[in-house]
Write a protein that binds this ligand. Structure first.
Ligand code: AMP
Ligand code: ZN
Length: 462
């Protein structure tokens, strides 16, 4: 049974998708006015873990991640650089995709951009106007929160406080402070659309309702984001979607806690942030960064330090070394022994069950490290058979479907080198040590170092 903590109920709930075997999932993506920082990537890595785990569990995942390419900051950036909105945002969209690839993040099925979905947003706003959930004021259109009695259900927000404080950081006039803008009339801005509901541009929240429902349907399974999205963004998404359709918008809401630096949220406005590029420039590797972001439970705050990043890099290095060792063992003969196979099956089951319990990655990795420890002990005695090593490779490949930090083994030797190694092994068996040594030197000149072990001769590149 898979269980996730649902922000809506504040409880772990059994996960059951609407359609058998398929999970429809929406992720609030980046606002592309700058490079994403690793706080953002904490959210995206958590969502990647969720995506990969669901596939591991056998589901087909249909996932949408929006790209916010119009808002106050993208507009300000384009004006500052005297360029078009699309030219300004394109370089950050491109950079975002590169960063995703670098961190081994799975691609969403769709990456809809706000500027390419204005008609869908306009249609939704029209429905809300017709149903009396929205009103016009000075050319702008606002959602009237008092028409949606369920408002506040996700965030469990103090309703009285809401009546007097604004949920939407804009300077436009509204009937009530808590109402939020669906459509903003443009005054002196150069970027606008002439539409049936007037000249202007969309408010931020409406894009996620319009685009999620377009690609996933009026009710879908999972919606994710960072905890800062719960209020007002996701609360507003629920209000405008459910008011328009009369149906439940999303069944499971999953939110990750923040990445902190010295106890404070990493954010651009605080200036305490690293982009992925900053860390790569300091020679940190992507696998280590991914592992660090992945292995703190998503609902616990993650305090980022360079020391913890170094530790994560070390762990990734060890995982890779272990994996390579298995290939080496599996390419030579060994004695079969031990009940490692049974242990491996149990470990895989426990790995799955830990993740099925609201993505408990620490417990899941605990299982992996326990097995690695036991396999290493057998390896040291020279008794890890080829067959078992292959099974452990299968185990590690399964684990890697979820953690995605182990590099595939690509290195193969030229045929001529392989035959020299074989010739040397034969010479050693025949106790012709002078020939064996001369072949070793020959290989060394070709950049191949040999190490004789209980499993035969292991080679590495110099
Ligand atoms: P934004 O580009 O600000 O809309 O943020 C994109 C995603 O990153 C959202 O899901 C945010 O909740 C998330 N996010 C922003 N800052 C952090 C942080 N410091 N830690 C974790 N997630 C964050
Ligand atoms: Zn969103």
């Amino acid at each position: 049974m898979i269980r996730f903590y649902n922000t809506l109920s504040r409880k772990k709930e059994e996960f059951k998708p609407i359609e058998d075997g398929i999970v429809k999932m929406y992720t609030c993506g980046p606002t592309v006015y700058d490079f994403a920082h690793i706080g953002n990537f904490r959210a995206y890595v958590f969502e990647d873990l969720l995506h990969r785990f669901l596939e591991f569990a056998g589901y087909r995942v249909i996932r949408v991640m929006n790209i916010t390419d119009i808002d106050d900051k993208t507009i300000a950036g384009a004006i500052r650089e005297k360029t078009s909105l699309s030219e300004y945002t394109e370089k950050y969209i491109e950079a975002f995709f590169q960063d995703m690839e670098c961190l081994n993040l799975k691609k969403a099925t769709y990456f809809p951009r706000a500027t390419q979905h204005i008609p869908e947003m306009v249609a939704l706003i029209k429905t809300l106007l017709e149903k009396g959930n929205a009103y016009r004021k000075d050319g702008s259109i606002y959602f009237k929160i008092s028409t949606f009695p369920n408002y506040g259900r996700l965030s469990h927000y103090d309703f009285d406080k809401l009546l007097t404080s604004s949920t939407d950081a804009d300077e436009y006039e509204k009937e009530e402070a808590r109402d939020f803008a669906l459509w903003k009339a443009t005054k002196d801005e150069p970027f606008f659309w002439d539409t049936e509901i007037g000249r202007g541009r969309p408010g931020w929240h409406i894009e996620c309702s319009a685009m999620s429902m377009k690609y996933l349907g009026e009710t879908f399974d999972i919606h994710t984001g960072g905890v800062d999205n719960i209020f007002p963004h996701h609360e507003n998404e629920i209000a405008q979607s459910e008011a328009a359709t009369g149906k439940k918008f999303v069944n499971y809401w999953l939110h990750c806690a923040h990445l902190l630096v010295n106890g404070e949220k990493m954010s651009k406005s605080k200036g305490n942030f690293y982009t992925l590029r900053d860390l790569l420039k300091k020679n940190y590797n992507p696998g280590g960064i991914r592992y660090l972001l992945l292995t703190t439970h998503y609902r616990d705050p993650l305090n980022f330090t360079e020391q913890s990043l170094k530790q994560a890099e070390n762990t990734v290095k060890n995982l890779n070394a272990f994996y390579q060792r298995l290939f080496f063992a599996s390419s030579s003969e060994g004695n079969s022994n031990s009940n490692i196979e049974e242990e491996m099956n149990t470990s895989l089951e426990k790995f799955f069950n830990s993740l099925a319990d609201d993505l408990n990655i620490s417990a899941a990795m605990g299982e992996v490290f326990k097995l690695i420890h036991d396999v290493n002990e057998i390896f040291e005695t020279g008794k890890l058979s080829k067959l078992f090593a292959e099974k452990i490779i299968y185990f590690m490949d399964k684990v890697n479907q979820v953690i995605a930090v182990i590099e595939p083994i690509k290195d193969t030797l030229p045929e001529e080198v392989v035959s020299l190694i074989r010739k040397r092994e034969l010479a050693r068996k025949e106790k012709n040590y002078s020939l064996a040594d001369s072949i070793r030197n020959q290989l060394s000149q070709k950049g191949i170092l040999l190490e004789d072990t209980p499993y035969g001769t292991r080679w590495i590149r110099k």
